[in-house]
Ligand binder design. Sequence first.
Ligand SMILES: [Zn+2]
Length: 269
Amino acid sequence: MDIMPIKAIIGKLSDNKKEAIMRKKLELLKTQSEFKKIGIEELPKTRDDIQLFETANILTNALISKFGLPSLDISSNVFHVVKEEDRWRVHFYLGENTCGCLGFFDSKSQMIMFLEEFNGLSYYKKLDSLIHEILHLKSYQSLQIKRGGKESCYRNGLTIKGSYFRAIDEALTQTTADLLVSKSTGRDYEGISYKKEKYILETLICGIFNKNLERFKDKNEVFDMFLRAYFTGNVMPLARIIKKTFGYDAFGFAAKHDFNFLLEDAMIS
Ligand SMILES: [Zn+2]
């Protein structure tokens, strides 16, 4: 059975039409045919980079199997390295400002892209960047189809509609990438990206753990609860524990403010 990268389609369409869209996205993932539409040159990949990609694919598959999910095997043709000067073409194609990002994953086209700065990164940083984007690809993805057929990314990991929970989603992605790089290389690794977001996630996990000692053995169990929601798409257990810990409205408030309030608030001791 084919493993689909998009797990659900939101919209008033028949099941057959939804299935056809999901199949089309699987084809895009395999063929990467959307890349040609941007009309830019792709920089060549080295054999070492392809090998690193394969390592990242194996590490992320082992992680998702922990949550009962089947492997999603992807080939190194899903990532494209492009020139810095072509960044704007990519912006226009994605309809999104990617300034400040070295790499990005686009759900609609099923592509991972890096700017040429990627080629100059160290072994560890390259592995980290590849794992980070592959995690976005393997986390829960759903698409929304609006009237007239316009598509938009509805869920990607914990992110809803491209903005809600985005910071916490990036924190989770980067913390997981750090852990997988450390595991694979046998030395402690911490990437420099998303420091503030990772701090918020850590604060959140500590808060949940400290106020639910009867439920969790250690903080890793709380972390895994976030990861389970990120990969399976089922956020209900996470929403329930956040409401129980911080109050009934906390989950909805957090969606809008991305847990930033935890940094200022005395809710966490
Ligand atoms: Zn990211």
